[in-house]
Design a protein around this ligand. Structure first.
Ligand code: NDP
Length: 462
């Protein structure tokens, strides 16, 4: 008789891996556990996936194809040699070349990159594009470094990374701490080493091969997804209009989410950075935010010098497991900074304050327990894997443009992005319905993404 995947053997797989892995892997197990538990309705009802025990799909899916770890030695402005660690986790290429961002942040370690790479497999699958899953980065902190130091670091990082990437092999992009400046330096070094001008990185500046709208893609995509989800669930096509919204982060994803909210007539009243929460009850001044965070790269605290009515609440004013931004009454909350930044206490406050919707712009910003609380409430919840797939979708569009030596207009990319986010949303919603978990976008996203990857893995054999 065919062996079925059950809760027990999905958990056994995690337990086996836990024995082999290091403490850094906690966040990776958190992500894996969430996915595997979500897949239970699929394993129970679908004969094809019952065979996945035979094909060892789970075991193969949760084990990266390879983890590359390397030393990055670079020269700082004082002519002293600094040493960081670089990584690339090539997780799964069943659907296409490995694809996923690079993160430069002091908290980066192998466990965080495995979590992000694992999530990326299913997210990329949801876009419907031919791309696999990967993630990489370094514990290097670009904050406080001169341009020259960032360039030196990127060159040293690419000196090693170039051996493992290529337009048909692995195509990295940006993430926290890696924006157009860093991608430019990384691309320049790849080109000098290989003498090849090719689409090996996405998120490039427009004038040498980048796609229009890549900077906006993730933030805009989150709002397109949320709008569609609210329309499907409430039948209201203008759900966000004139609504109060709160956003965490003030980086690439957060600022563009705020921008799209403003386009739709919503009022974003709060955002955050690593120092605290900014609250401007009249609505955030986006131009000033962009000047502070994208151009001058300074704290949000500077904002209140111009807008004296606004309030800056330092992180230290709140307990470690709660955040001021989620204590502000709102219709919709958009966590767009980092992982595990919306906790149980935060979720309870959002519910108490009448919030109707949480949509994740960052990767796994809501803790597992907080997700459970939200799903039990009457709030709508858009999980990162589906809601923030707009960035990688436009990265996929950038790969197409590079391969065809073409440039698409802003409107073309925007139209395709909106259509992609709406398709993802409908697919996730219908999958949830099909497997008896209607309205649960977490399970819907995990099942829909998994099915696409598992189908390819089974068809390709070992
Ligand atoms: P940025 O580096 O542009 O911005 C990150 C923001 O989050 C900054 O405001 C930063 O504050 C804040 N932040 C970072 N780490 C912490 C922390 N430990 N505690 C509190 N605040 C923190 O990154 P992005 O906007 O690109 O990415 C944000 C999230 O979205 C990440 O989870 C990323 O993986 C995810 N994502 C990004 C995509 C993209 O296209 N960029 C695509 C899909 C997902 P400060 O300014 O003080 O540093």
């Amino acid at each position: 008789m065919m062996k079925r995947i059950t809760t027990v053997n999905a958990k056994e797989e995690i337990a086996k891996l836990k024995n082999e892995q290091c403490a850094e892997d906690d966040v990776f197990f958190q992500a894996m556990e969430e996915v595997l538990l979500s897949l239970l309705p699929l394993f129970k009802s679908d004969e094809v996936y019952a065979k996945s025990a035979k094909n060892a799909i789970i075991r193969r899916l949760i084990t990266p194809d390879r983890v590359i770890k390397f030393q990055v030695a670079w020269l700082d402005d004082n002519h002293e040699i600094q040493v960081n660690t670089g990584y690339r986790v090539q997780f799964n290429n069943a659907l296409g070349p490995y694809k996923g961002g690079l993160r430069f942040h002091p908290t980066v370690n192998e466990g965080i990159l495995k979590f992000l790479g694992f999530e990326q497999i299913l997210k990329n699958a949801l876009t419907g594009l031919p791309i696999g899953g990967a993630k990489g980065g370094s514990d290097f902190d670009p904050k406080g470094k001169s341009d020259f130091e960032v360039m030196k670091f990127c060159a040293a990082f690419m000196k090693e990374l170039h051996k493992y990437i290529g337009p048909r092999i692995d195509v990295p992009a940006g993430d926290i701490g890696v924006g157009a400046r860093e991608i430019g330096y990384l691309f320049g070094q790849y080109k000098s080493i290989t003498s090849s001008f090719e689409g090996v990185l996405t998120g490039k500046p427009y004038f040498f091969g980048g796609s229009l709208m890549r900077p906006e893609a993730t933030g805009y995509g989150v709002i397109y997804f949320t709008e569609k989800m609210l329309e499907l669930e409430t039948k209201d096509t203008e759900c966000l209009k004139e609504k109060i919204c709160t956003v965490s982060g003030s980086g690439n994803v957060a600022l563009h989410a705020i921008e799209k909210l403003q386009h739709l007539g919503a009022t974003a009243v709060a955002c955050t950075d690593s120092k605290g929460t900014l609250y401007d009850h009249r609505g955030l001044d986006l131009e000033l935010l962009k000047e502070l965070k994208l151009n001058r790269r300074v704290s949000l605290k500077e904002y209140i010098k111009k807008h004296t009515d606004a309030e800056f609440i330092p992180v230290s004013d709140y307990p470690e497991d709660a955040h001021a931004v989620w204590d502000i009454p709102c219709y919709a909350a958009f966590p767009c900074a980092t992982q595990n930044e919306l906790t149980v206490l935060d979720a309870k406050r959002l519910i108490k304050n009448g919030c109707r919707c949480v949509a994740e712009g960052a990767n796994m910003p809501t803790t597992a327990e907080a997700v459970r609380i939200i799903l039990k409430s009457d709030m709508y919840f858009a999980p990162a894997k589906a809601a923030n797939a707009g960035g990688v979708a436009v990265s996929g569009f950038e790969m197409s443009q590079n391969a065809a030596m073409q440039k698409w207009t802003f409107e073309e990319v925007d139209t395709k992005l909106k259509a992609t986010m709406e398709e993802i949303c409908i697919n996730v919603s219908e999958t949830a319905k099909e497997y008896g978990v209607e309205g649960n976008y977490v399970d819907g996203a995990n099942i829909a993404g998994f099915k696409r990857v598992a189908d390819a893995m089974i068809a390709e054999g070992i």
